[in-house]
Design a protein around this ligand. Structure first.
Ligand code: DGT
Ligand code: CA
Ligand code: CA
Ligand code: ZN
Length: 581
């Protein structure tokens, strides 16, 4: 078979967006004009969110990318060059001045582009390892603008930056996986194809994609992978195994297996390692052997074609991949009680979203229409309260005005109920950001800590407990404040928070934003054990952000949550009862 032609349409929107992001990063490192940097970041978002391919729009003589908001003449030309040639001279020039590896320095918390540039130009630091060595040798604190304290902070931030360079958000991996699958499916030699690894298990970050193919004509499949437009280099190509690197270093591992081993290989390469170790032990106990080729008694393969058959050979049920972490899954299986994990279609309402009144991109009316279109039965509008000045947070007067608009809207729209809500800041001193009489009028009050995140554990915990004990609150948003790959959770006694939430019938959020996913999977399981219901919210800042619910669903499933464990699978009246309102 011929490898896929590299025609005009092979550069995807995500690749264009990634290129713009990379340019923005490099420009930022060089200290370029902030407006110019922002133009690339905006352009990246616009292209990424397009529902049709940019290449298609360019190919159409009657259309023009500059018709899109956020895409000017300059960016439109760059997209055209990318589509035409697959590359961009501007990026090549930037990379001649600044090696790509220095961008890792920008991922260190609080190390802005200026300081990163100083490290690069004055100490010739290009990698995180070199930076660590320089910190340990005390060279960094001698630079102008740095001190002993900032040297310590940098040293502390290096592991997080290293992880960020190494692991993509699941949502980013998903974008790549979708493009890769679409490409691979055009290869007629492939009988079955599946993603395995941490991606299939729905982990919040993914190091590499493990792709499994059932085919007999191995070379054709490998040629086809090599022709994927994102591929930058082939790392290895063997008999059945191939690994390629994409732009920005992300790796894809391909394995080609025969049909009789496909299920065994899928099981094996889905992992996790810890889950597989237990399986090997169970096989041994039964006088069997399990590996990526099948389950064997002596030399005889007794299973391997499907995962179901592989697990059944060990008297086990098929495990949803999200549960395969060797936490509770084997205990549940032994009791015959695997939980029926929650699914996206179980969700009836979304209780965390913003509008143009604060930092959202779409109006109240647009958010309601988008929610309705997605089949949601109720939503809460939860714009920021006034403490969040950066987002133009609402005071009592503006909030009441918004609620009036919601009352009017509820009389006009059919099929969806709009709740009067607020994302209420828990202030640094523990007080709530709006007066009690306002909160008493709300349908839904979700409380957040946005400021004072560096306070000591007792103080943070006390602030959250205060919010939970308040009679007019409903839930705690993103309860640990972490940003995956960027910011550690604040120091909080989650046990105490969960006990209080159970006692006062308050909910804890699982924020579905792929950078938050807060509570995480382990904390979701703990909440359930404490008898606390979890509420899933997208924290949407635009209409299409409402689609992020599925990321939260994955994390909830990893936490072993069922439909019943998640509050907003209920109708709003049922849910109100649940929280005793
Ligand atoms: P990642 O890629 O770090 O996000 O996590 P995984 O779980 O995808 O890890 P990966 O890509 O190294 O391996 C995929 C699966 O293959 C893993 O979950 C278990 C299985 N596996 C089989 N043999 C080995 C082995 O020798 N080493 C590792 N690391 N995994 C193995
Ligand atoms: Ca992997
Ligand atoms: Ca791998
Ligand atoms: Zn929010």
């Amino acid at each position: 078979m011929e490898p896929a032609q590299c025609d005009q349409h092979s550069v995807t929107n995500a690749q264009i967006a990634d290129t713009f992001d990379q340019i923005a990063d490099l420009l930022e490192f060089e200290g370029a004009n902030p407006f110019r940097i922002r133009a690339y970041r905006n352009g990246s978002r616009v292209v990424r969110d397009l529902t049709e391919s940019a290449a298609t729009i360019i190919a159409d003589p009657n259309r023009d990318l500059t018709q899109l908001e956020g895409i000017g003449k300059d960016l439109a030309e760059k997209v055209a060059t990318l589509v035409r040639t697959g590359g961009l001279p501007m990026l090549t020039e930037l990379l001649e001045r600044v090696p790509e590896s220095v961008l890792a320095l920008l991922r260190i918390p609080h190390l802005g582009p200026k300081k990163a540039a100083a490290l690069f130009h004055q100490l010739h630091i290009q990698t995180l390892d070199q930076l660590r060595a320089a910190c340990e040798a005390g060279e960094v604190q001698r630079l102008k603008g740095f001190g002993a304290k900032s040297e310590q902070d940098i040293l502390k931030g290096i592991p997080q930056a290293a992880q960020a360079a190494d692991r993509l958000y699941w949502a980013q991996a998903d974008e790549i996986a979708a493009e890769l699958l679409a490409h691979m499916k055009t290869c007629p030699e492939i009988h079955q194809i599946q993603m395995a690894g941490s991606y299939r298990r729905g982990r919040e970050t993914v190091h590499d994609l493990d792709v499994l193919v059932d085919a007999t004509h191995v070379a054709a499949v490998m040629d086809h992978l090599g022709a994927f437009s994102g591929v930058r280099e082939v790392i290895v190509r063997g008999e059945t195994k191939m690994a390629v690197r994409l732009q920005r270093g992300f790796q894809i591992d391909l394995r080609v297996v025969p049909a009789e081993s496909f299920g065994a290989a899928l099981q094996h390469f889905t992992g996790s390692k810890a889950h597989n170790i237990v399986l090997r032990g169970m096989a041994k106990d039964r006088g069997l052997k399990i590996n990526e080729y099948g389950v064997f008694r002596g030399r005889k393969r007794i299973a391997g074609r499907t995962e179901e058959e592989v697990y059944a050979a060990l008297d086990l049920p098929w495990f949803p991949p999200e549960l395969r972490e060797n936490r509770e899954e084997f205990n549940w299986a032994a009791k015959g009680k695997l939980p029926a994990l929650i699914e996206l279609t179980d969700i009836r309402g979304d209780l965390h979203m913003h509008t143009t009144e604060t930092d959202g991109k779409n109006t109240l009316e647009e958010m309601v229409a988008a929610a309705r279109q997605r089949g949601l039965k109720y939503i809460a509008i939860t714009d920021h309260s006034k403490r969040v000045t950066m987002a133009n947070g609402l005071d009592a007067k503006r909030l009441r005005k918004q609620w009036k608009a919601i009352d009017r809207l509820n009389q006009q729209v059919q099929g969806i109920r709009v709740l009067k809500g607020i994302e209420l800041d828990i202030l640094e001193d523990g007080r709530l950001d709006l007066p009690d009489d306002v909160l008493a009028e709300a349908d839904w009050v979700v409380c957040s800590i946005h400021y004072g995140q560096n306070q000591p554990r007792e103080k943070i915990t006390e602030r959250l407990l205060g919010a939970i004990e308040h009679p007019n609150t409903s839930a705690i948003a993103h309860p640990t404040g972490r940003l995956i790959n960027r910011r550690q959770p604040y120091d909080v006694d989650l046990e105490a928070v969960m006990r209080a939430a159970a006692k006062h019938k308050k909910l804890l959020e699982l924020n579905a934003n792929p950078m938050r996913l807060d509570l995480d999977d382990v904390a979701c399981a703990a909440a359930k054990a404490h008898g606390v219901y979890v509420v899933l919210g997208t924290d949407a800042h635009s209409a299409h952000d409402l689609d992020k619910m599925r990321y939260g669903i994955l994390q909830a499933r990893r936490g072993g949550l069922t439909k019943a464990d998640v509050a907003n699978t209920r109708t709003w009246p049922q849910m109100k009862k649940l929280i005793g309102r």
